[in-house]
Design a protein around this ligand. Structure first.
Ligand SMILES: *Cc1c(COP(=O)(O)O)cnc(C)c1O
Length: 382
């Protein structure tokens, strides 16, 4: 059997056709497909505004800037995430504060967040780990109490939902946050190659994000600070970047977004097979979807009490592209140099010692799923 990766994009002929027609059009970048993709993202998530950018990391960066994070400000996030979730705080000169995780969901623990709040705290960046929504109502309550901005890192969670008062709320709707960030890297739910987006319901935040995406420049007359000197006139009003997405990427993104429900249904279907196959096995756990949420199942993580490294190596030797998500960010050498110390988030470190991510992606075949299940069981002697 061919090697099975832990995650993989699904590109169909239709996607290719959409990209080709964008390439044949007059607009490679800054054209009409940007707005169309943004509108489609709003429709899918329920957010009022979307700003697509060149990566999820760029999205996190401008979300932090739009929150006004500046040197000396503290921002609380999870240690079990990709480094971009906290690097964006450092880009703004902010101070990263890691709050420990919940042992069952592996999401940042709202109780721990509350304990980390100081006078210098400015924002919270919860990460919906593996696609399971964080306890957003609780996080929103903390933010309201202390006047903090909430930026959801929803890179794992396009299509995830949670229930409030009997009603389903989509991640990305910003119902309990100021902004939500998506990534369209090939291992994520939909792809544009590289790409990302910031979602928000606030017009003033939306306008800031648009400026930051493109050099701080506006051509919108109603936003001018000075007087317009002619048709050529534009204003640079803040220090921005070139974080724009191209039109052919938006063409791919829109075509991919049409398939998101099918993608996530298949992801759920595979996750259910794994849950069924691995339940009740001694020394083996996995993240269980808590009551009142629908995970988007970005990844499937096994937690083995004993012999994680052995399991990892055995599966790799069987052609199964297992991975580990994630080593606590503060253990990275760069963060160690900043003064973070091992032992500060014991739950995160304990989780890390047990975690292995096994393959999960929409076009994984039933046969491949069976193969992974049998190899995992064999490797742990179940
Ligand atoms: C992928 C990812 C990012 C960064 O997205 P890019 O598009 O790769 O820049 C940020 N946070 C999390 C949790 C991610 O998984």
């Amino acid at each position: 059997m061919k090697n099975i990766p832990y995650g993989h994009q699904y590109i169909c002929e239709r996607d290719i056709g959409e990209v080709t027609s964008a390439l044949r059009s007059d607009w490679l970048t800054q054209g009409p497909r940007i707005k169309k993709f943004e509108e489609a993202l709003c429709k899918k998530t329920g957010a009022k505004y979307a700003v697509v950018v060149s990566s999820g990391t760029a999205a996190l960066h401008i979300a932090c800037l739009a929150s006004g994070i500046k040197p000396g400000d503290e921002v609380i996030t999870s240690p079990i995430t990709f480094v971009a979730s906290s690097n964006c705080i450092l880009y703004c000169g902010g101070k990263v504060v890691f709050a420990d995780i919940e042992n069952d969901t592996i999401n940042v623990d709202p109780g721990k967040i509350a304990r980390m709040v100081t006078k210098a705290t400015k924002a919270i960046i919860p990460v919906h780990f593996a696609g399971q929504p964080c306890r957003m109502e609780k996080i929103r309550a903390i933010s309201r109490k202390h006047g903090l901005t909430v930026i959801e890192d929803a890179a794992h969670a396009l299509g995830a939902k949670y229930k409030i008062g009997g009603k389903w709320v989509s991640v990305g709707s910003c119902r309990h946050s100021d902004m939500a960030v998506l990534s369209f890297h090939p291992v994520k739910h939909i792809t544009t190659g590289e790409g990302g987006a910031v979602l928000t319901n606030e017009q003033n935040i939306y306008e800031k994000l648009c400026l930051l995406r493109s050099h701080g420049i506006t051509k919108a007359r109603e936003q001018f600070i000075g007087t317009e000197e002619g048709g050529w006139y534009y204003e640079m009003q803040c220090l921005g970047y070139n974080y724009r997405m191209t039109d052919f990427q938006c063409a791919l993104g829109m075509s991919q977004l049409n398939k998101i429900d099918l993608f996530n249904e298949r992801r759920r279907n595979i996750a259910e097979r794994y849950c069924e196959a691995f339940k009740g096995i001694e020394g083996l756990k996995f993240i269980i979807e808590r009551e009142g949420v629908k995970s988007s199942w970005h990844i499937f993580v096994l937690m083995v009490t004993d012999g994680r490294k052995r399991l990892y190596e055995k599966l790799r030797a069987s052609g199964i592209g297992v991975n580990v998500h994630y080593r606590p960010v503060y253990l990275q050498p760069y963060y160690q140099r900043l003064g973070f110390r091992p032992g500060s988030c014991p739950n995160a470190e304990s989780y890390y010692s047990k975690a292995v991510t096994i393959p999960l992606y929409p076009d994984m075949t039933d046969r491949q799923v069976s193969y992974v299940i049998s190899k995992v069981k064999k490797a742990i002697g179940a």
